[in-house]
Structure formats: C-alpha cells, structure tokens
Design a protein around this ligand. Structure first.
Ligand code: SF4
Length: 364
C-alpha cells in the first residue's frame, strides 16, 4: 500500500448501529512449565484485558508487531483458544457460554481466513472439496450437485474459474490460494470474518488485489471484519477503525483516518513512520523503537512500552497509563497525551477514564 492509495470511503457501517461483536476485558494466559511433569512456574499474559466492538459491516483493524497478542485475541474470539477471562458476545449471544455443538453452529456466522493460504488448505484435497466442506458439514443444499454449483459460484465470486475446482492447492499461486480461503470462508454467508494476517504472506501487488476483494465482498454482503495485521500500511485502505496492540493490551484506538492523520501514542507513531514512502524525493522523520518486545511472561511495570519508548519520563516506569478518550472516539494510553480535561493525571485518569479492561477501547 502506498501513501497515495485511496482510503476506503467514509460511510459504510452506521455509527449508531448496535455492536455485532462485543469483547470485554478479554484475557488469555498460558502456563509456563519447566519440565514435562513440573508444576506451573509462571504465566504468559498473551492477552491482558482487551475490549473492543465491531458493528455490522464494519472493519476493525487490530495492528501490532509479532507477539503483541493480536492473533491470540482473534483465536479467543473464535474460541479456537479458550479465554482465561472476559466476555465475548456476538449478536447478543454469549459465545463463551455456548456448548461445543452450539459453538459449531455459531461458526456459520463467524468465519476465519488464516495467514498462510497454503498451510490452511489440505494439500490432498481438490479445491472443490475444500470449498464445499463447510456446506457438507452444515448440510446446506439438497444434493452434492447443488453444493458443487454453489462452489462454482463462490470461486467465480472471488475471481477464480469454476473449472479450477478439480485442481489441488499446489497448482495455485499464493494470491489464488488466499482467494480459495476467502471462498471457503464465504460459503456459509458469515456476518463476521476474522482475517488473521490474510495478506502478509503475499507479494505487495497481490496484497492490493486481495484487499480489494475483501472490500468488494464487504460492500456486497455487508460482512464485518476483524482484520489482523502487523503492518499499518496494509490496513490503510480497508479499515474503518484501527486498534493498536502492544504486549497484550490496546494502546490506541480511533477512526482509521484519525489514526493516520493524528497518531498520538509513541508506538503508533513509530509504526506509521516505518511505512516506506514510494517517492524517493520525499522522506519522513523516523522514530526508531529500541530493542525487542519484552516477554509477555514479565511485562515491564508502569507503561509496558517504557523500555522502548523514546520519550518516556520517570512516571512511565511506575504508573500504568489508563486508556482515555482524548477526543471523540480517539482513545490513547500514554501519560504524555493530555486527557479530556486538558491535563492527564495518571491517578485521576485511572479512576475516571478507564473503560472495562486495561487494554480495552470498546466500552463506548
Ligand atoms: Fe512512552 Fe510514557 Fe507514553 Fe508509555 S506512557 S508511551 S512510556 S511516554
């Protein structure tokens, strides 16, 4: 994606529509064991209090570097991983209270597209069988012939020839394989697709084509997306809102146009400054983030970003900044960003501004 790439037009989902997906204070901890029979010696806090919401037909981009917890968040929402705590409501239904059989039925409405289009397709199955599988499982269509006709239409819709049904995954390019993954996700007419880094394994030119496909399908079917990516450039055209994750928590969330025009958290600014400019005559000020992401088994005290933040102050090492709404719809967790009352006080902010979930930005 380039700087000149057109933004997704404003409009789309209605700001007043009730949320389709509501996640509150989501937590996922993994035990650390030193040996096969050893007890638990610690916990990896992969997701540590994330709240978010998505309206029908809306795209929320969840962005952060590898290890930030964004993929684990997506998997907990889908219940591919069981959350440690928190709540996930979809269309008013408490997903975490559903029995496995009820959850399988619910998966008709919530589908997933994975990062690795090759790894997510069974190499021994023909494409027709792969895309037809969800229709077979949910007994959609009166006969196999009817389901095959549906598969042909799905392949056509994602830009593939229906005759390709008889081919195997290795006969396709990366971009085509991701289109197959999208066709399979579409088969059950989902209302929400969790797209987990769906273009990061693709060439840049193919990325743009697949993003366009996601946008076209959303306009046609009104699907909502939780679009997970490590690169802000990738989500620029598709996102309605962007939530930036760092070490298990959300540190900034706003409308996409606002994030790209007026990023406030130092981590978001550094991610944006890392986007290359295609014009060699132009340059951009760069903030270099020092060091690696700290271990989620022992997140730093105070602001989790303080060990890498170029503008950290003493307070950052001691006090965790709450996520505050600093402008309508723009939430930031940073001591240096003035809160709604003008000056941010960590103590005051902690009492007055914190939505449910330390890393959450959804209770609004
Ligand atoms: Fe940097 Fe401090 Fe803001 Fe954290 S709270 S992002 S360490 S300035």
């Amino acid at each position: 994606m380039s700087d000149a790439a057109p933004r997704r037009p404003a409009g789309g989902p209605s700001a007043s529509a009730p949320a389709l997906l509501e996640v509150r204070d989501l937590q996922k901890r993994f035990p650390i064991r030193r040996g096969l029979f050893a007890g638990v010696s610690g916990w990896i806090r992969a997701v540590d209090g994330v709240s978010l919401s998505i309206r029908p037909g809306e795209t929320l981009a969840l962005v952060g570097e590898s290890g930030s917890g964004k993929t684990t968040t997506g998997r907990c929402i889908l219940r591919l991983l069981e959350p440690t705590a928190g709540s996930v409501r979809f269309d008013g239904v408490d997903l975490l209270a559903l029995k496995p059989r009820e959850m399988r039925r619910m998966r008709r409405k919530i589908q997933v597209v994975f990062q690795d289009p090759y790894g997510s397709l069974n190499p021994r199955m023909r494409i027709g069988t792969i895309v037809r599988e969800p229709l077979d499982i949910h007994r959609i269509g009166a006969s196999r012939a009817e389901r095959d006709a549906m598969v042909a239409r799905l392949l056509e819709r994602v830009g593939l020839e229906p005759a390709m049904m008889r081919r195997y995954p290795h006969e396709f390019s990366g971009g085509q394989r991701q289109r197959i993954g999208v066709a399979r996700a579409l088969a059950l007419h989902p209302r929400l697709i969790v797209a987990d880094e769906p273009v990061s394994a693709l060439d840049v030119s193919v990325q743009a084509q697949v993003i366009n496909l996601f946008i076209d399908l959303q306009e046609e079917f009104g699907i909502a997306y939780l679009f997970i990516a490590h690169d802000l450039a990738v989500v620029e055209r598709i996102a309605d809102r962007v939530a930036v994750m760092y070490l298990g928590t959300i540190v900034e969330e706003a409308q996409a146009a606002e994030i790209f025009k007026n990023p406030l958290h130092p981590y978001t600014r550094a991610l944006l400054q890392a986007i290359p400019i295609p014009d060699p005559s132009r340059s951009r000020e760069r903030t270099v983030i020092r060091g690696d992401l700290p271990s989620p088994a022992a997140p730093p005290p105070g602001c989790r970003f303080h060990t890498r933040c170029p503008v950290a102050v003493e307070e950052c090492r001691r006090i965790e900044p709450p996520l505050l709404e600093v402008a309508p719809g723009h939430w930031v967790a940073c001591h240096l960003v003035p809160g709604p009352a003008g000056k941010r006080s960590a103590a005051a902010g902690g009492a007055a501004g914190r939505p449910p979930g330390r890393g959450g930005a959804g209770a609004r």
